[in-house]
Design a binder for this molecule. Structure first.
Ligand SMILES: *[C@@H]1O[C@H](CO)[C@@H](O)[C@H](O)[C@H]1NC(C)=O
Ligand SMILES: *[C@@H]1O[C@H](CO)[C@@H](O)[C@H](O)[C@H]1NC(C)=O
Ligand SMILES: *[C@@H]1O[C@H](CO)[C@@H](O)[C@H](O)[C@H]1NC(C)=O
Ligand SMILES: *[C@@H]1O[C@H](CO)[C@@H](O)[C@H](O)[C@H]1NC(C)=O
Ligand SMILES: *[C@@H]1O[C@H](CO)[C@@H](O)[C@H](O)[C@H]1NC(C)=O
Ligand SMILES: *[C@@H]1O[C@H](CO)[C@@H](O)[C@H](O)[C@H]1NC(C)=O
Ligand SMILES: *[C@@H]1O[C@H](CO)[C@@H](O)[C@H](O)[C@H]1NC(C)=O
Ligand SMILES: *[C@@H]1O[C@H](CO)[C@@H](O)[C@H](O)[C@H]1NC(C)=O
Ligand SMILES: *[C@@H]1O[C@H](CO)[C@@H](O)[C@H](O)[C@H]1NC(C)=O
Ligand SMILES: *[C@@H]1O[C@H](CO)[C@@H](O)[C@H](O)[C@H]1NC(C)=O
Ligand SMILES: *[C@@H]1O[C@H](CO)[C@@H](O)[C@H](O)[C@H]1NC(C)=O
Length: 390
């Protein structure tokens, strides 16, 4: 969810567009008074205690200059952006918003809007950003958004959307960002989402409870930086096709029922910084290839059935947090874990590790939290190794 830099880039892009494009608008100009009255009618449908006092029809002349979080084109003649996020307003959000046909940016996130979003989306030909994150929309996912030819950012996360993800969502080829995370979605994830090859962010996890497996077609999403499919009921094995997502920096697959072994090809995801596959049913090895992940800082594989790891793990150099607890790992604790001198958290609790701790750990001054209990470790604590708990 946390993608401030991306949002910033998008917003900058948006502002740039607002300044230079806009005479090209196809619809007839709508008077300021008409636009103002649309906003005032919207306001009547939801209760806002304070923040929207400026939305007063008798001030329609200053719509573009003093009304709360409105932005217009350079001529102050047409509303392009509306941001009423974080106002804690409730009620329905009327479909008359679609009459503001020049709108490019709409952020209504972090409110308590409810209802069914059955808008005539197709009127919003210019809309690039629709952020409805964290509201109380309670309906199936609207198909109308697939008729927004310029939509690049769509966030429906954190609502009560139910039913299946429409396969038509795979038609929004221009999308960069799609979040449907944290809803009540069910059914199979449509493989057609694998056509959204311009996506940099795809978030579908949490509270959703899908059937079936991760679509192997997701291997086509080669521009992805962030893929979050955590905690949404996924089964089966992790498709090796994900190896093609070579730009990925975050891969979250934790808390599902994924089984089989970890595809060693994931060792090719050379931009990966955070990898979490904890709380699944994965067995086999932690691939040797993971020691190639030069950017990796976080590796969580706890609560699986893994039994072997490469003695090279940690050689990657940037590893800072490693939690492999509650697996079936056997062997010695690898000497290399702190080779990059960045290791802060090391949790190997509840495995079948034996032998003594490597002397190298005595110089691992970055360590802040260590848990090694419920293993078969022997011998003394290495010299200099001060922080030690079980
Ligand atoms: C602003 O208004 C002027 C004069 O009416 C017009 O020539 C110009 O195209 C307008 N620009 C925009 C961005 O609408
Ligand atoms: C709108 O503004 C007018 C004049 O400033 C004021 O008299 C009126 O009470 C305002 N209406 C609302 C609903 O705040
Ligand atoms: C639009 O409004 C802004 C903010 O009040 C003002 O600085 C700018 O001069 C106005 N532009 C035009 C073309 O009226
Ligand atoms: C919408 O507003 C929220 C809260 O103000 C902000 O965190 C988020 O980045 C905004 N969305 C976009 C796409 O700019
Ligand atoms: C939001 O509104 C609800 C009731 O409408 C109120 O109980 C709650 O305290 C408000 N939260 C904030 C952060 O203002
Ligand atoms: C959506 O809500 C509106 C207003 O509450 C209602 O008139 C309409 O019938 C609803 N549509 C659907 C498909 O439920
Ligand atoms: C969603 O709406 C249905 C009725 O349309 C209602 O039964 C259900 O409780 C609502 N769910 C939430 C989470 O508001
Ligand atoms: C995908 O992104 C590329 C590069 O930004 C752009 O040229 C292309 O038009 C985009 N595709 C769609 C369908 O928007
Ligand atoms: C979407 O992908 C499927 C197979 O993955 C393909 O058959 C279909 O033609 C694609 N559609 C578009 C519009 O690219
Ligand atoms: C993974 O689980 C599925 C059922 O969800 C089962 O059919 C399959 O055989 C399992 N595969 C492995 C490798 O355990
Ligand atoms: C990893 O990538 C290299 C080149 O980038 C390629 O030659 C190799 O086949 C890939 N390995 C796997 C397992 O995908």
């Amino acid at each position: 969810m946390n993608t401030p830099s991306f949002t910033f880039v998008l917003y900058t892009l948006f502002l740039t567009l607002s300044v230079f494009v806009s005479s090209s608008s196809s619809s007839l100009p709508m008077s300021l008074k008409t636009q103002a009255s649309i906003l005032v009618s919207l306001k009547q449908d939801f209760e806002s205690k304070t923040s929207l006092k400026s939305w007063n029809i008798s001030n329609y002349m200053s719509l573009c200059t003093t009304w709360y979080d409105i932005q217009c084109d350079t001529n102050n003649s047409s509303v392009l952006s509306l941001d009423i996020s974080n106002l804690n307003v409730s009620g329905t959000f009327s479909s008359s918003i679609t009459k503001l046909s020049n709108l490019r940016f709409l952020n209504i996130s972090n409110n308590m809007f409810n209802g069914n979003l059955s808008w005539k989306f197709s009127h919003l030909k210019e809309l690039e950003v629709l952020d409805a994150y964290n509201n109380e929309f309670n309906c199936s996912l609207p198909l109308g958004v697939t008729e927004l030819p310029k939509l690049k950012y769509l966030n429906f996360g954190g609502n009560f959307f139910y039913g299946e993800i429409p396969s038509k969502y795979g038609n929004m080829l221009q999308l960069n960002y799609l979040s449907l995370a944290g809803n009540d979605l069910r059914g199979f994830i449509p493989f057609e989402l694998g056509n959204l090859t311009n996506l940099t962010h795809l978030l579908l996890g949490y509270y959703n409870e899908f059937d079936g497996e991760i679509p192997p077609h997701f291997g086509n999403l080669v521009n992805l930086l962030h893929l979050d499919l955590a905690n949404c009921g996924l089964k089966g094995s992790i498709p090796h096709e994900l190896r093609k997502l070579y730009k990925l920096d975050t891969l979250f697959l934790q808390t599902n029922q994924l089984n089989g072994s970890i595809p060693p090809q994931l060792g090719n995801l050379s931009s990966l910084k955070s990898l979490d596959m904890s709380n699944n049913e994965l067995n086999g090895n932690i691939p040797n290839e993971f020691s190639n992940l030069r950017e990796l800082t976080l590796l969580n594989l706890f609560i699986n059935k893994l039994w072997f790891y490469s003695s090279k793990l940690g050689q990657n150099g940037k590893l800072s947090e490693l939690d492999l607890s509650t697996n079936k790992l056997t062997g010695l604790v690898p000497k290399s874990l702190c080779l990059g001198k960045r290791l802060k958290i090391l949790i190997l609790l509840n495995n079948f590790l034996f032998g003594s701790l490597p002397n190298e750990f005595g110089q691992c001054y970055t360590l802040q939290r260590v848990r090694l209990g419920q293993n078969y470790l022997t011998g003394s604590i290495p010299k200099g190794y001060v922080i030690m708990s079980c």
